[in-house]
Design a protein around this ligand. Sequence first.
Ligand code: GUN
Length: 297
Amino acid sequence: MTTIIDGNAIADRIRADLTDCVDDLVAAGTRPGLATVLMSDDDASETYVSMKHRACAEMGIENIHDEIDPSAPAEVLFERIDELNEDPSVHGILVQMPVPDHVEKRTVLERIDPLKDVDAFHPENVGRMVAGHARYKPCTPHGIQKILAAEGIETEGKDAVVVGRSDIVGKPMANLLVQYGEGGNATTTVCHSRTENLAEKTRDADIVIAAAGVPEMIDGSMLSDGVVVIDVGVNRVEADTEKGYELVGDVEFESAKEKASAITPVPGGVGPLTIAMLTYNTVKAASLQSGVDVDLP
Ligand code: GUN
């Protein structure tokens, strides 16, 4: 029997607990606020940002949204970040990536006040996490830890293979998996575009986390019986649908399902957790900045 992991159900439970935290903060005089900044015409980015708004609205988190023309000078974005850093009603700032080529991504990440960096992309927050005392954990890897915990999937002593080495998912995921404590203590291999014999590595794994951004690159022939498969990929591929595309993961679901003891679908697997953990970090940010303690889930 293969468990098809219901990411929406896990995210709903976390968000319900977080809503209690929001209520506690509001009762103490602080409504958590998240600022989102979009400097892109990209359809998918617009969709992601609007999903983040909806999650905030449902939980009583204030959302301040800004759109900056993608052709505007980088300084327009930097100055907006400076204003948001100074705004006491804003506890979290998220600049949707990717930003246009003429805007240096590193400057954006470093410009955000680390206390308001709910993506956990600022070097200070990356450093804290790597050192084992994270202020904020990056949303997708943190969400994957929550999925594994919710499903009772032990990582300690397991062989985990992370496919993909992005700053947003692959690298922090591998880092969290090797740390001490719950959701860690795994023997972790990071594979990427230059890895030779990928299938040999994935076949040796107890847990495969696919985050390479390549549609259906991992299929059942690359997996062993009983493996846990976490699919982070959200790839639009052309299809005969109303929108002209469909979403597929980095894993070929049907064949992988035959091998897996548990697997996340796309959509409805990791995605809802990424958004839930953004609200988690926003609530934590509001708590840290207001000095009001909350009982985070
Ligand atoms: N673009 C794709 N994923 C993310 C994310 O987690 N945060 C931000 N800021 N941009 C993204």
